[in-house]
Design a binder for this molecule. Structure first.
Ligand code: MEV
Length: 423
């Protein structure tokens, strides 16, 4: 019999945990202890987190790290990152330092327009719906005035409303395609409220509204971040060769989807970490970024590289719809702290920081992949994770790390070395 329960959300937190432990675990007491050990002693803080979602039973910790030495448009930043993958913050910090002595990162926000759509069905002729739309257009703005008032004061609001005919792709399907400027807020609630008000106004006996929702595809909310230097300034044994190989790695990701997906995953390692640390919506960012990577009909790299006239240039262009006000940004104390750390940036500035974190991460990955290989650095971090799991002391960690400097790290080899040392 499936374990179906009614009114679960109304149970107390304790009762929810008891029900869970009783029905889905054999070791009930241990389960309850694990869950409860992550409760925060500060009951006010715990309540705040409990209320973010439904049926909260505990908290799930993720490491919160910082990557110093980022110079973006000649300004110094320390970037907050929330991520579980061991090498991400270390890589960001290393690359930040590397580029800090080579002019730093240069960024530009190219556009900040967001999009929402009212999807509807109309079986009549196009002329009729077009003239109804033209008649309604100013009314559609009017009905949103109470919602847009504050946004307009901040310089944002509805930019345009268009009627789009999609009947060639799907019978009777039209859209109200609406563009927005949402300034420092991500704008999801604002956009959705405007769309629903418009849909309500647009309704007619022969118009069937299917849904009204923002789009997470934001190809007109784009930021660019770039690094460049003279090829010899790249340093290393053979900077010419490094630059060429690096460029080839990027060119491969520009034409080969299997590689491009992993390449872009590495970029998102950096971006998502900042998105999470600042209380933004990483699912929205992910969806938008990958859709943009496919905009030419083939999934491609989000970064690009040019080695020309003795200069190495590497850049990213990515859509990032983020906010620095509203949502979790003020509610979550750590998100607020992250934004304070970044000196209370505007949404535009945060786009620049995030794109830079993504570019830095991609630089680190490609530098490793085209030189020593990725496992070298990864395994060093992996070694520490294994030693932590084994409960090694600082001294033991040091000894074993030295042992593995030029030896391949594997779980069993580390356990063996650890046991030998303890003997
Ligand atoms: C791992 O999380 C990310 C990389 O695979 C990215 C890449 O291959 O470019 C190292």
């Amino acid at each position: 019999m499936p374990k179906v329960i009614s009114g679960f959300s109304k149970l107390s937190k304790e009762d929810k945990i008891d029900w869970l432990a009783k029905n889905f675990f054999n070791n009930q007491n241990e389960t309850i202890n694990v869950i409860k050990q992550y409760w925060n002693d500060n009951s006010k803080l715990q309540q705040l987190h409990d209320d973010f979602i439904e049926n909260t039973i505990t908290n799930f910790y993720m490491p919160y790290g910082i990557a110093p030495n980022f110079i973006i448009n000649n300004k110094e930043y320390v970037i907050p990152m929330v991520v579980e993958e061991s090498s991400v913050v270390a890589a960001a910090s290393l690359v930040a330092k590397f580029w800090s002595t080579r002019g730093g990162f240069k960024t530009t926000v190219i556009s900040t327009t967001k999009i929402g759509q009212v999807h509807f069905m109309f079986a009549g002729n196009k002329k009729e719906i077009t003239s109804y739309f033209n008649e309604q257009k100013s009314k559609l703005r009017e009905v949103t005035s109470s919602i847009t008032k504050n946004m307009e004061k901040r310089g944002g609001g509805i930019l345009d409303i268009e009627l789009i005919d999609k009947t060639k792709q799907l019978d009777n399907y039209y859209q109200l395609h609406v563009t927005f400027e949402t300034k420092d807020s991500m704008g999801a609630n604002f956009i959705n409220s405007c769309l629903e008000a418009m849909a309500n106004q647009f309704k007619r006996h022969d118009i069937e509204i299917v849904m009204s929702i923002l789009s997470n595809y934001v190809p007109e909310c784009i930021v660019k971040s770039e690094v460049s230097c003279l090829i010899p300034d790249l340093g290393g044994e053979n900077p010419e060769k490094f630059a060429k190989k690096f460029e080839q790695a990027v060119k491969i990701a520009e034409i080969e989807p299997f590689r491009a997906v992993t390449h872009n995953k590495g970029i998102m390692n950096g971006i998502d970490a900042v998105v999470l640390a600042t209380g933004n919506d990483f699912r929205a960012i992910e969806a938008g970024a990958h859709a943009y990577a496919s905009k030419d009909g083939c999934y491609k790299s989000l970064t690009h590289c040019e080695v020309k006239n003795g200069i190495f240039k590497f850049w990213i262009e990515i859509p990032l719809a983020v906010g620095t006000v509203g949502g979790l940004t003020a509610l979550h104390p750590m998100a607020k702290l992250s934004l304070d750390m970044l000196n209370r940036p505007s949404a535009r500035e945060l786009m620049e920081v995030m794109a830079t974190a993504g570019l830095a991460q991609n630089f680190a990955a490609l530098r490793a992949l085209t030189t020593k290989g990725i496992q070298h650095g990864h395994m060093k971090m992996h070694l520490m994770n294994i030693l932590n799991q084994l409960g090694a002391t600082a001294e033991e960690k040091n000894t074993i790390a030295k042992k593995f400097e030029n030896v391949t790290v594997s779980h069993s080899a580390v356990v063996e070395a650890f046991n030998k040392l303890r003997e």
